[in-house]
Write a new protein. Structure first.
Lengths: 111, 113
């Protein structure tokens, strides 16, 4: 069964304190892995797509990496505006177009 | 360029009733997907529409149905509502099939009493 597990469930950081979020996945043929950000009461907002092990993508203070079994979202020197729930999703070759999401990691950054 | 818009934003129904949720796609997008997000959970795929045809369905019963119109807007219909249907229903549009880069609306929050 294809599935995505994210850890930790919640993470509290001080402004400027770098950390990483983990996304472990099992999928029958990975088509792509995706990171989204979701603010309270809003829909998810697309951040990154990763297709193959070793690939990395960066955007401002965020950097996503991919191995054959997991992905990391590294947050460097976070600011309070980075507070949100970060969702990881995979798309399996045999599952058509559906995205399989994890439960997310809720990040709180205090000043 | 307008984004994905959904209506209504909030609604309350009672068990056994029927509900219709509406979605307007982002300009130029021809594919619409619907997801259900229960509290504290990640979104779960319901189905996808491409050029007015259903193109993939998740593990949801037939009382969840949908439509896509020629202007690519879409509806999600749920019959015989159950308490467990209480959730945030998210519509997402995309350009073409098989892309995981989805543009989500803000959702319709459904409460079933």
């Amino acid at each position: 069964e294809d599935q995505v597990t994210q850890s930790p469930e919640a993470l509290r950081l001080q402004e400027g304190e770098s950390s990483s979020l983990n996304c472990s996945y099992t999928v029958s043929g990975l088509r792509g892995l995706f990171w989204y950000r979701q603010d309270p009461g809003k829909g998810p907002e697309f951040l990154f797509t990763l297709y193959s092990a070793g690939e990395e993508k960066e955007k401002e203070r965020l950097k996503a990496t991919l191995t054959k079994k997991e992905s990391f979202l590294h947050i460097t020197a976070p600011k309070p505006e980075d507070s949100a729930t970060y969702l990881c999703a995979v798309q399996a070759r045999q599952a058509g177009t559906a995205l399989i999401f994890g439960k997310g990691t809720t990040l709180s950054v205090s000043s | 360029e307008t984004g994905v818009t959904q209506s209504p934003t909030h609604l309350i129904k009672t068990r056994g009733q029927q509900v219709t949720l509406r979605c307007s796609s982002q300009s130029g997008h021809n594919t619409v997907s619907w997801y259900q997000q229960a509290l504290g959970q990640g979104p779960q795929f319901i189905f996808q529409y491409y050029r007015e045809e259903e193109n993939g369905r998740g593990n949801f019963p037939p009382r969840f149905s949908g439509l896509q119109f020629p202007n690519y807007s879409s509806e999600l219909n749920v019959n015989a509502l159950e308490l467990d249907d209480s959730a945030l229903y998210l519509c997402a549009s995309s350009l073409g099939l098989n892309t995981g880069e989805l543009f989500f609306g803000e959702g319709s929050r459904l409460t079933v009493l």
